[in-house]
Design a protein around this ligand. Structure first.
Ligand code: SAM
Length: 220
């Protein structure tokens, strides 16, 4: 059984798998998962569920490197992580964070847009993670854009392994975020259900333009 899943007795004496959120929060092998406030911890739960030691994965938006580090921890010394960002500052900060953790050798950092992803790696990959919007603490005018995000999402589908997932954290609240929200929602909605399982998940007791999660799994 996968080490993240634990068993517990039920009255009949049989045993069954425990629920995913508990499993994802009990291991101490990756960064701690905080309370489920907003979509980022939710995306970490899915990473824990779908990504294993030795997997090849992509962080399409490195930003400050938090997600890249979590992926490097998860995939282990036999895995590979590719990380993309258009900002030098993000690549430098992500590199610094990885070096501090002693995990820089697990990650190929690419100072380029994710729309060039297919030029830098071949499939299959288990996961591609997008955290859209602007760099927290950085220049808020530098944001992900519908046109380039769309190109990257299309490339992602070709790179994904069967069963692999793309997770997109969508931020409708900033200027330009509404247009990007529409574009990525349309993209996910249009995917053929015989080939992809598309999901949209969001916290409901928050403002209406709060960030949310899109998840697409390649089914065939
Ligand atoms: N995942 C990051 C983390 O853990 O800190 C946060 C990502 S931040 C919300 C979004 C990032 O996307 C910014 O650093 C921005 O520079 C980057 N970005 C914008 N357009 C991009 C593109 N075309 N390709 C790759 N990264 C892009």
């Amino acid at each position: 059984m996968h080490p993240d899943f634990k068993q517990f007795p039920i009255p009949s004496g049989e045993r069954q798998l425990i629920l995913l959120p508990y499993a994802a929060m009990t291991s101490n092998t990756v960064s701690d998962i905080p309370l489920l406030r907003g979509p980022v911890p939710l995306s970490r739960l899915f990473v824990r569920c779908f990504v294993s030691e030795g997997d090849r994965v992509v962080d399409a938006t490195c930003g400050n490197g938090h997600d890249t580090l979590a992926l490097a921890e998860r995939t282990g010394s036999n895995g590979r992580v590719w990380g993309f960002d258009i900002q030098e500052q993000s690549i430098a900060e992500t590199g610094r964070r990885l070096s501090e953790a002693g995990l820089a050798d697990r990650v190929t950092l690419v100072h380029a847009g994710h729309e060039e992803m297919a030029q830098h790696l071949n499939g299959p990959v288990k996961l591609v993670l997008f955290n859209l919007g602007y760099l927290p603490g950085g220049d808020r005018r530098v944001i992900t854009r519908p046109a380039t995000t769309g190109i990257a999402l299309d490339q992602t589908l070709k790179l994904l392994a069967v069963g692999g997932i793309v997770i997109v954290t969508v931020y409708p609240g900033h200027e330009g975020g509404g247009a990007e929200q529409k574009s990525v929602d349309d993209w996910a909605n249009a995917l053929d259900p015989r080939e992809y399982h598309s999901w949209r998940m969001g916290q409901v007791n928050v403002v209406s333009d709060a960030p949310y999660t899109l998840l697409v799994q390649k089914a065939a």
